[in-house]
Design a protein around this ligand. Structure first.
Ligand SMILES: Nc1ncnc2c1ncn2[C@@H]1O[C@H](COP(=O)(O)OP(=O)(O)OP(=O)(O)O)[C@@H](O)[C@H]1O
Length: 352
């Protein structure tokens, strides 16, 4: 699937805009503040979650606009150009924090978007991923999982909802034990599905990474760390008093971290240089995109914000080569010269 047309209304800096796009590279160029990242953020909203900035919906509505916003996209199967699907998301002026999703005109859940397309991104904010919190790495991991297992978002949402309800009950002193047991059973059920899908993804991605060429992007070794509990329902039942005192649930798959090592240096990613960390991330994303394409027969859409500017010309050339002919890849840069030699592409100059 690729986005063949993207329309934006009152989204961030865009009052009203539409772009016609081909499969393959989409190159957005323009000066700082021209709206490049905003366009990528709009595409990232064609998947479940809060998009590539992790922003609230209220922030996305254009200042001075109607109060709501709309992002609409036509999706076309990459090969035959048939079976176009229209997806849209946004908010209404009267309910600026309530996300609406439509698929072919019918209301749908945000989670159901992942049945149609996968969107993965790399942004400058992710340069800190390996020194960031475990929850940031877990979100990154879950996006990788989602591309392989569309049901992952639903399990995550149900696990979180049951955990929130349990935490709330525990905060009230006279919690009903039967109700707690029911919520803990739900957490155990969806938690097991989360853990299984994450482990399967890490295993599949590890084999891919092991086969990846030695250069020019650093090879990563990845593993899950923490969050494993053999009998979660029993552990939660035993931990009620401790969790009540802590005001949160202390064990479970919501505590899992993604451990990443730089294989060549036998060093944890957090101790690597900024450039090495970026190379590790790019290597992971490239391996994952290939894995998803093989496993689902559907290439993910890649959003690479300001990636070209951070690479030396050799690495940049290698990146373009590895991504050529591999589905829709959006890239931003302040200068068209960054994309010299890339060949066929949809080129969009913003601003000015
Ligand atoms: N809700 C909003 N309403 C109106 N304008 C907004 C809103 N949110 C962000 N903007 C503006 O959108 C503009 C473009 O931002 P964007 O991040 O897309 O720029 P960019 O082209 O990626 O720039 P850079 O090269 O600096 O990364 C900024 O000037 C920002 O202030």
């Amino acid at each position: 699937m690729h986005v063949s047309r993207l329309s934006l209304a009152d989204f961030r800096s865009y009052a009203d805009a539409a772009f016609t796009l081909g499969d393959g590279f989409v190159l957005l160029t323009g000066e700082n503040g021209a709206g490049k990242t905003n366009a990528l953020e709009a595409v990232s909203l064609l998947s479940p979650g809060r998009g590539l900035r992790g922003a609230s919906l209220g922030e996305m509505a254009r200042k001075g606009g109607t109060g709501g916003f709309a992002v609409a996209a036509d999706l076309r199967a990459s090969t035959d150009g048939e079976g176009e699907i229209r997806v849209g998301t946004g908010t209404l002026a009267g309910a600026p924090e309530r996300r609406q999703v439509r698929i072919n005109g019918a209301p749908a859940s945000a989670n159901s978007l992942s049945e149609w397309l996968s969107v993965l991104w790399l942004t400058p904010a992710m340069d800190r991923l390996f020194v960031d919190t475990a929850s940031a790495r877990r979100r990154f991991l879950d996006r990788l999982v989602l591309a392989l297992r569309p049901g992952h978002a639903t399990h995550a949402a149900r696990y979180e909802a049951a955990m929130r309800a349990r935490n709330k009950l525990l905060a009230e002193n006279a919690a009903d034990p039967d109700w707690l047991t029911a919520l803990e059973a739900r957490m155990a059920e969806h938690g097991a599905a989360l853990a299984e899908a994450r482990q399967a993804t890490v295993d599949a991605l590890s084999s891919r990474l092991a086969e990846a060429p030695e250069g020019p992007f650093a090879r990563a070794a990845i593993a899950l760390e923490g969050g494993e509990v053999p009998d979660l329902a029993a552990a939660l039942a035993a931990d009620r008093a401790r969790d009540a005192a802590a005001g949160r649930t202390l064990v479970g798959p919501h505590r899992t971290d993604l451990a990443v090592t730089h294989v060549g240096k036998s060093q944890p990613a957090a101790l690597c240089s900024t450039g090495e960390q970026k190379a590790l991330l790019i290597g992971i994303i490239l391996a994952h995109a290939d894995l998803v394409a093989d496993a689902t027969a559907r290439r993910p859409i890649l959003l690479l914000d300001e990636v070209a500017a951070h690479l030396d010309p050799v690495r940049r050339g290698a990146l373009f080569e590895r991504l050529a002919g591999k589905g829709q890849v959006w890239m931003t840069g302040t200068e068209p010269a960054l994309f010299e030699g890339i060949g066929a592409a949809t080129r969009i100059a913003l601003g000015g």
